[in-house]
Design a protein around this ligand. Structure first.
Ligand code: URA
Length: 196
């Protein structure tokens, strides 16, 4: 990542750590702005920090994160190659779904992160991140069960061309083991895309 991009991301991260735009700031231990070396220009977007992420201030460091690391490793990638963040940067109590007002309050941070990074591809993890991307970039929304593993490309005025691959959330594959081969296959599709 070039120094200017890094500096701008750090500026956004500091704003996130200071943010009081929604009630989640009252119950957080740490905000979780996002992290990763981004060497291959891939951006992963999850839903919201869980307990471990809240404690450490880092995204995907719990069980789902461990599986994400393994999936990355299975296609020869590491966290240095990607940038990982979430739609909502503070943990919703008891890991409930983020409320629409919380998503709305937090969205400008993710919008700026996308703008600064200009990712070659965005991989959404789970249905919430997929829905967010569809709504923000005007991608026709299909259910995650239909859309996962496919590439969607859309031309936007503000961000230029956005390329997205929706995937199931790694946590879903932990609870439902049938989804693990599906997720593994989708990572292979990502590997194919990166060869182009
Ligand atoms: N689940 C998410 O969606 N994000 C995290 O950072 C951790 C678990």
């Amino acid at each position: 990542m070039d120094p200017d991009t890094h500096e701008e991301l750090e500026r956004i991260a500091e704003e996130i750590r200071q943010c009081t735009r929604c009630p989640l700031h009252r119950t957080r231990t740490n905000a979780v702005p996002g992290e990763g070396g981004f060497a291959k220009g891939i951006m992963f977007i999850g839903e919201a920090p869980g307990r471990n992420e809240d404690l450490q201030g880092k995204p995907f460091v719990g069980k789902a994160g461990q599986l994400l690391n393994e999936l990355l490793d299975s296609i020869g990638l590491s966290r240095d190659d990607v940038y990982i963040t979430n739609i909502v940067k503070c943990r919703p109590p008891n890991n409930r779904d983020p409320a629409p007002e919380e998503v709305k309050a937090c969205s400008p941070f993710l919008e700026r992160q996308i703008q600064v990074l200009g990712p070659r591809i965005i991989v959404t993890l789970g249905r919430h991140a997929w829905k967010w991307v569809c709504e923000h970039f005007g991608v026709p929304h299909e259910s995650i069960s239909k859309a996962h593993g496919n590439i969607y490309r859309t031309n936007t005025l503000f961000y230029g061309v956005i390329t997205v691959m929706p995937m199931y959330h790694p946590a879903a594959a932990i609870y439902n083991r049938e989804l693990l081969p599906v997720l593994t296959q989708d990572f292979l599709r990502l590997k194919e895309f990166l060869k182009k």
